[in-house]
Ligand binder design. Structure first.
Ligand code: B12
Ligand code: SF4
Ligand code: SF4
Length: 203
């Protein structure tokens, strides 16, 4: 899915020639629409980092065709995908750290960005509502058995230790992050179980 675009911004990245890009398009997904395509690839091409490989397999030819630079969320140093999203759609972090979307909830992500040397027309920027502002009880904050989510943000270490325990393997690793599952926003976009298990294993 096209997830918006950016022009005239100080956060535009550099192109391969070192010049700053004039436009950026963001490519991502919501829900499980990409999963059948990726699963078919995975069967044909097993091996390490399959989602990253599949993403390059799909996006690199598009970048070549339109003479732009493809940037990926898994490349180091990390490209500021979440900052771009905040500029483009006004999305803000949920207590989990993931940006929340008023329709897709926590069930969306980013696969690539395309950086252009010319200021091509891009969709207008928007400022979408922040669902957490109207969520009085904030059930995500009490759903984590490792107490990894608090007003201080997401704490990686307790989450990681819990996921490696017997209880973690029987819960979050099997059905996905319990805190993410508890959020009522965009529940119809919740990832398929196989997709959730794939992401938890990668995490
Ligand atoms: C490093 C990283 C992590 C680290 C975070 C470590 C830490 N405490 O910083 C770990 C491994 C823990 C992690 C976990 C997850 N991540 Co992560 N992660 C990234 C990554 C690769 C880089 C983020 C970064 O540091 N950017 C550098 C700074 C300079 O960029 P920035 O945009 O300006 O900064 C923003 C982020 O740093 C963010 N932030 C700060 N602290 C944290 C903590 C967490 C957990 C997250 C998600 C974001 C976040 O706030 C900043 C301002 O907007 C991004 C991909 C990317 N390139 O952006 C994915 C990314 C942020 N992750 C993502 C996701 C989905 C997850 C997981 C849910 C994975 C899963 N299981 O499915 C979990 C979240 C766990 C949970 N319980 O909620 C998505 C978020 C999509 C969205 N809707 O916002 C991204 C964008 C990847 C993608 N392909 O879409 N992640
Ligand atoms: S449960 Fe409420 S506070 Fe937590 S992420 Fe969802 S909307 Fe935001
Ligand atoms: S994956 Fe499990 S332990 Fe980690 S934040 Fe989510 S609910 Fe907590």
């Amino acid at each position: 899915m096209l997830r918006g675009g950016l022009v005239a911004s100080t956060s535009l990245p550099e192109l391969d020639n070192g010049e700053v890009a004039d436009a950026l398009l963001l490519v991502g997904h919501a829900g499980s629409t990409l999963w059948p395509h990726f699963s078919a690839y995975l069967e044909r091409s097993p091996g390490p980092d399959p989602l990253d490989r599949w993403t390059r397999f799909v996006i690199d030819p598009i970048a070549r065709r339109f003479d732009c630079r493809a940037l990926y969320p898994f490349e180091k140093p990390w490209w500021p995908f979440q900052r771009w999203v905040s500029e483009i759609e006004g999305l803000r972090p949920s207590p989990l750290g993931i940006l929340i979307h008023p329709e897709y909830g926590l069930w969306h992500g980013y696969r690539a960005a395309l950086a252009f040397r010319n200021a091509i027309p891009v969709p207008a920027r928007t400022k979408l509502a922040h669902a957490c502002d109207n969520c009085r009880d904030k059930p995500c904050m009490s759903a984590c058995p490792a107490e990894a989510i608090s007003t201080d943000g997401f704490a990686v270490e307790p989450c990681r230790s819990y996921l490696a325990s017997d209880s973690g393997r029987a819960s979050c690793m099997r059905v996905g992050c319990l805190a993410r599952n508890t959020c009522p926003i965009g529940a119809e976009y919740r990832y398929m179980d196989s997709q959730l298990r794939f992401h938890m294993a990668a995490l």
